[in-house]
Design a protein around this ligand. Structure first.
Ligand SMILES: [Zn+2]
Length: 539
């Protein structure tokens, strides 16, 4: 890069430096070619000046004043009578920025997005509005598509968890291959679109996470079974009759199987804790002691005892909303499989809806069916590392969440007390015992890349008749080839996660303006320019 732009065919007439730098230039050549017929002409028709912005010099804005000549075209057959001379090494026709300034702004756009790019530009004396920067980014050519052999896939929430996008990553080069506007639950479709020839590899961490979720649901459901193996319940049977689950609200569409199971599991665990609280209270224990033995807060104990009956999860009372008159319409729309929020908003407006799009999205989010195992927002990894407190009595304060970690962990990593608790749980409940064997067998496949055992494992799950694990296995069946690859091949899907994280940062930096083509452009372009850094982030 030189201090001045490419002036090889220009003459500098004058340079003035104040708070700004102004350079007056004109062309060296007495002639100029017609842009239409390329015939050189020397007959000048008139002159005018064009002002261009260039890169700042030492923080000072630089203006180039270019004296431009209009020529008569001397080729008789040419339709162009008069043309203005052009400066292809300096700028494009009808543009007020030099080429190298455009290039600099485009790079800012790729790295920062329009808004942040323009803000930084202003500080550094670069002109260019957010719109200009975004336009430059959109005009940029994307790197040519590669043909990866091995790919990893992940999805991310695109719009208030209503729409999802998918990122496909080449696991060999560790670069993103494509960004697609759909979600990766249809992995096979995504692959056909983005990288038809590639072998797809499921993410081992997500596999383990999804299995842990299923195990936790199962253990929550079995809490009473596990605890009662060691303690006799004091609450008479008939009291439990009042606490049957309430049916789902009518307006909610059916949930996915795993979400339904998870809800039932949570309820079963809570019911058993409640039973235990009542039992200990009748034995005359103080609330604080009950709390520490059951493994819940003293406040909860107080609340439960005050209420005098099982605290069934309350249905949320809804405030009247501008959405109410359109509820039936929206439900029909949703159940027909529509998910385009902005389209729905336009339809509602045309039907007289007066509320905001935010209110509409809030309503839609109550309809959302949580996709099985696609969420990775829970911090179960960090939670799982918490140490296990001293147990007042075996399994009295049983927690499905804590037990899940014992189930998923490599046995040799457990200390003596943890091993003891695990053994007690396995002894207490046949379901827990089966789940433990199946969970460990699956984790073994992850740890040892022993995917050849997958089929056997799947049939063992079917034989186990544990609904939570069957639900997990069903998800595996849908993506079997990728799961098998994930359990067999040494590729790490770390790069995918790294690129998805970068993509989320970019999306945030673009506020509401992040349209997919732009986001796609930024993800692919930046990865192309800075592969070393992308790899670093991914690792
Ligand atoms: Zn011409």
């Amino acid at each position: 890069m030189t201090i001045l732009p490419d002036f090889s065919d220009l003459v500098i007439e004058q340079v003035s430096i104040t708070n700004e730098v102004t350079i007056i230039v004109h062309a060296v050549s007495p002639t100029a070619p017609c842009p239409c017929c390329e015939t050189n002409s020397k007959r000048v028709q008139s002159r005018y000046t064009r002002t261009l912005r260039d890169l700042p010099a030492s923080g000072r804005p630089v203006h180039l004043i270019v004296r431009v000549r209009r020529f008569f075209c001397q080729e008789r057959t040419c339709p162009r009578r008069v043309f203005a001379e052009r400066f292809p090494s300096l700028t494009l026709p009808r543009v007020t920025f030099t080429l190298r300034l455009q290039e600099a702004l485009r790079e800012m756009g790729f790295e920062l997005g329009g808004e942040a790019g323009a803000r930084l530009g202003k500080k550094l004396s670069y002109p260019g509005s957010p719109d200009t920067i975004l336009r430059l980014v959109k005009q940029a050519e994307l790197p040519p598509a590669s043909s990866p052999r091995v790919v990893g896939i992940d999805d991310w929430s695109w719009k208030r968890q209503l729409r999802y996008g998918t990122l496909i990553c080449d696991l060999e080069s560790r670069k993103p291959v494509d960004v697609l506007p759909d979600r990766s639950s249809e992995y096979a479709t995504a692959i056909r679109k983005g990288a038809p020839q590639a072998l797809q590899v499921a993410d081992r961490w997500h596999l383990g996470k999804n299995l842990a979720d299923s195990v936790q649901t199962l253990l929550a459901r079995c809490r009473a079974e596990i605890r009662r193996a060691l303690h006799v319940p004091a609450v008479p049977e008939q009291e439990r009759g009042e606490t049957e689950p309430v049916p789902e609200e009518e307006r909610r569409p059916p949930r996915s199987r795993s979400a339904q199971l998870a809800r039932e599991g949570r309820r079963a665990q809570k019911l058993d804790r409640y039973t235990q609280v009542v039992e200990l209270h009748q034995q005359g224990l103080r609330a604080l002691d009950i709390a520490s033995r059951v493994g819940i807060s003293a406040r909860t104990v107080h609340r439960w005892l005050r209420n005098g009956s099982f605290p069934e999860a309350r249905r949320r009372r809804r405030r009247p909303s501008l959405m109410d008159p359109y509820e039936r319409y929206v439900l029909t729309w949703w159940q027909a499989g529509n998910r385009n929020g902005s389209q729905l908003y336009r339809e509602l407006i045309s039907r007289g809806y007066k509320g905001s799009s935010k209110a509409m999205y809030n309503y839609l989010s109550t309809l959302r069916i949580p996709p099985a195992g696609s969420s990775k927002s829970t911090s179960s990894r960090s939670r799982a590392r918490k140490s296990i407190p001293w147990l007042p009595a075996p399994l009295e304060n049983f927690s499905a969440q804590r037990a899940t970690w014992l189930f998923m962990c490599q046995p040799e990593k457990l200390d003596e007390r943890q091993q003891e608790e695990l053994a007690l749980i396995r002894q207490a409940s046949p379901s827990a015992e089966t789940a433990y064997r199946l969970a460990q067998a699956f984790m073994y496949m992850i740890w040892e890349q022993a995917g050849q055992q997958l089929d056997t494992w799947l049939s063992e799950v079917t034989a186990s008749r544990l609904p939570e694990l069957e639900s997990f296995a069903k998800g595996i069946q849908q993506d079997k080839a990728a799961v098998l690859a994930g359990l067999t091949l040494p590729w790490s899907t770390g790069p995918v996660e790294g690129h998805v994280n970068r993509l989320k940062l970019m999306k945030r930096s673009m506020y509401g303006r992040a349209k997919l083509p732009l986001l796609r452009g930024r993800v692919l372009h930046v990865a192309e320019k800075a592969p070393a850094r992308a790899a670093l982030l991914a690792g």
